[in-house]
Design a binder for this molecule. Structure first.
Ligand code: FAD
Ligand code: NAD
Length: 479
């Protein structure tokens, strides 16, 4: 029997499940296909983000941050705690509980919105026919008016360090260590390396991060990455080795010896666990039959236009499987846009206003252009920055590291970028996103009333500093 649907979504990550819910809300007869099966044999919904990505990593970041705070942050406040201990198994169980709550929540939302679920692997064939191979091997066929491909991404493997699921692991394995590794190696000082490296460092591991590039966090604004590097290495003790390219590894019993090359030549380091976090790649294997007509670009992403149309009319692709940042909220926004386009609206997405957050402590967050990008593009800009060291609320919180930096067009005053390194940056960056989305000027932020005492006052002061008008610091130039 062939099922008929107006919209069929392959993949239930934050791109796919949001697209399916939105399409159903817009009155389309919608189905979603998910192949992920948990250890208990049940299908799990929500993709990488909910199962092994955003959510479990943030649960562990929170637990480890509270432990580190209890160990080192209480004394100043006059709070005395006798020898706190970390129960790693309980921490993991808490994380699993949160994952379970959210993934079952997604299943409920799909059902509640009238989306039909298929459990198995979907494959797009010619003429918008989708075949679902169920876990028992049986096959069902769906004829779709529209197909949304949302198969997501998987970790990149590098030949020198193939993962073994035991000592050498990817990000998923690094969320599951049943005890704190004595010495932990991380390959890649990207987002995953910094977040998961921070988790185990706070819990007591000696952490060495090997990064091939000479520049730390090259995508972030230079002033922010400089501040962050100092804080992570000097204040927090993460041993981040820049310009260190991993070229080989060898298992020796329960340990791994990693060979890497830096400016001084070839070196070795032995670890109890090794996390490979060198990026993720789009996942399309077995999902597109040869006659599907869908084309990939030169990097293996599904080729799409600005509105996520593939090379086949009526077939769209969204999320990590297409160009752009591999971020959950970017995929979800694309899902909404595509569902609206299918429903006949002329929806568009503003790719210039997607926030980036790295959930270290303090957090790094930005939106829009960096100072280096503006210089490279020859844009005439003004910059204003304000340190948390001069913010009363940050002092009260005992956390004054970092700054807010705002970049604005020198002629039009339009806000072009906001960059934050500091406590609560992930929440504060929404102000920058709204500024960019609403095409605000720096003056708009200057004329806005911010509550006192709050960390967000640093946003206000940075906007004032753009025109050398900051109140609570000396300005570079007199006006
Ligand atoms: P995915 O979430 O990868 O979902 C794709 C789904 O499709 C999967 O469930 C897969 O099983 C299914 N699938 C694939 N092929 C088929 C098929 N043929 N048939 C049926 N089903 C199929 N992003 C953030 O924005 N914030 C964060 O804090 C953050 N933290 C992260 C932490 C870690 C450790 C990792 C690994 C990633 C993190 N990310 C974060 C990135 C985020 O998880 C991804 O950008 C996001 O999950 C992409 O969503 P997606 O829907 O495109 O794909
Ligand atoms: P990444 O691209 O952020 O970082 C990978 C790093 O590995 C790079 O700095 C690269 O230079 C380095 N590298 C590559 N090969 C190397 C080698 N042989 N030796 C040493 N270093 C090497 O990738 P990631 O950290 O794996 O994250 C993957 C994706 O997941 C990212 O694109 C990110 O968008 C997403 N993610 C987002 C969040 C978040 O939003 N907070 C959190 C986790 C992951």
């Amino acid at each position: 029997m062939t099922h008929q649907f107006e919209v069929v979504v392959i993949g239930s990550g934050p791109a796919g499940y949001v697209a399916a819910i939105k399409a159903a809300q817009l009155g389309k007869k919608t189905a979603i296909i998910e192949k992920w099966v948990k250890e208990d044999g049940k299908t799990t919904w929500g993709g990488t983000c909910l199962n092994v990505g955003c959510i479990p990593s943030k649960a562990l970041l929170q637990s480890s941050e509270m432990y580190a705070e209890t160990l080192h942050g209480f004394e100043d406040h006059g709070i005395q705690v006798k020898s706190p201990k970390m129960d790693v198994k309980k921490m993991l169980a808490r994380k699993d509980g949160i994952v379970n709550q959210l993934t079952t929540g997604v299943a409920g939302l799909l059902k509640g919105n009238g989306v039909t679920s298929f459990e198995g692997k979907g494959q797009l064939k010619a003429n918008k026919v989708v075949e679902v191979t169920k876990h028992d091997g049986s096959v069902e066929t769906i004829q779709a008016d529209n197909v949304i491909l949302a198969m997501g991404s998987i970790p990149v493997e590098i030949p020198p360090t193939p993962t073994d699921g035991d000592v050498i692991v990817d990000s998923t394995g690094a969320l599951e260590f049943s005890e704190v590794p004595k010495k932990l190696g991380v390959i890649g000082a990207g987002v995953i390396g910094l977040e998961l490296g921070s988790v185990w460092k706070r819990l007591g591991s000696e952490v060495v991060v090997l990064e091939a590039m000479d520049k730390f966090l090259a995508a972030a604004d230079g002033a922010i990455s400089k501040d962050a590097f100092k804080s992570f290495t000097k204040d927090q003790g993460l041993d981040i080795r820049l310009g260190a390219r991993v070229v080989g590894s060898e298992r020796k019993g329960k340990q791994v010896v990693v060979k890497f090359q830096d400016s001084e030549g070839e070196k070795e380091e032995t670890f109890d666990k090794l996390v490979v976090a060198v990026g993720r790649r789009p996942y399309t294997e077995g999902c597109l039959s040869e006659d599907s007509g869908v084309k990939l670009d030169e990097r293996g992403f599904i080729f799409v236009d600005d509105q996520c149309r593939t090379t086949v009319p009526g077939v769209y692709a969204i999320g990590d499987v297409v160009r752009g940042p591999m971020l959950a909220h970017k995929g979800s926004e694309e899902g909404i846009m595509v569902a609206e386009i299918i429903a006949g609206h002329n929806a568009q997405m503003n790719y210039d206003a997607i926030p980036n957050v790295i959930y270290t402590h303090p957090e790094i967050a930005w939106v829009g252009k960096t100072e280096e990008e503006l210089k490279a593009d020859g844009v005439d800009y003004k910059a204003g920055a304000f340190p948390f060291a001069a913010i009363g609320r940050a002092m009260a919180a005992g956390d004054t590291t970092g700054q807010v930096k705002i970049l604005a067009d020198a002629k039009t005053d339009r806000v072009l970028g906001m960059h934050i390194f500091g406590l609560g940056a992930s929440e504060m960056i929404a102000q920058g996103v709204i500024a960019l989305e609403f095409a605000s000027s720096a003056e708009d932020l200057q004329l806005t009333c911010f509550a006192h005492p709050t960390l967000s006052e640093a946003v206000h002061e940075a906007a004032l500093a753009v025109d050398n008008m900051a109140i609570h610091k000396m300005n570079r130039k007199k006006r």
